[in-house]
Ligand binder design. Structure first.
Ligand code: 5GP
Length: 121
């Protein structure tokens, strides 16, 4: 599958809009269009990696950067009392968009804890 085929490829190229949370040379973060919590954003690599199943050890620094950004951006978005991360992988992992992404989502302080499961059906 080519990057052209994914909606996130289009977002990366600016062909469709997104509500940007963060961007640098390696990654882009933007709000999910269908949030499952008060705050819900996605961190994606600019490099096209279809899913975590296709990531290699060489991608380690990039994956580490994405993961390390999660708490920084979560805090900036007001998630100061915890949040959840998820990487859906493959068909049985309920991945819909085949451009690797980390979901970061949570409720604001004083809100309710997240349900045990992601909750999307
Ligand atoms: P997945 O199921 O692949 O882990 O998650 C894909 C996510 O991308 C879903 O949470 C979905 O709401 C989000 N999404 C799909 N299309 C768009 C879009 O055009 N813009 C944004 N911002 N999010 C999208």
């Amino acid at each position: 599958m080519s990057e052209n085929d994914t909606i996130f490829g289009k977002i990366l190229r600016g062909e469709i809009p997104s509500k940007k949370v963060y961007e640098d040379d390696d990654v882009l973060a933007f709000h999910d269009i269908h949030p499952v919590a008060d705050v819900h954003f996605l961190i994606i690599p600019k490099k096209f990696i279809p899913s975590l199943a296709e990531a290699t050890f060489d991608d380690g620094p990039l994956l580490g950067k994405m993961l390390a950004l999660a708490p920084v951006l979560a805090r900036e978005q007001g998630l100061t009392d915890g949040f959840r991360t998820a990487i859906n992988t493959g068909r049985l992992g309920r991945q819909d968009v085949y451009h690797l992404h980390i979901h970061v989502f949570g409720n604001r302080p004083g809100g309710s804890p997240l349900k045990v499961m992601l909750g999307r059906d």
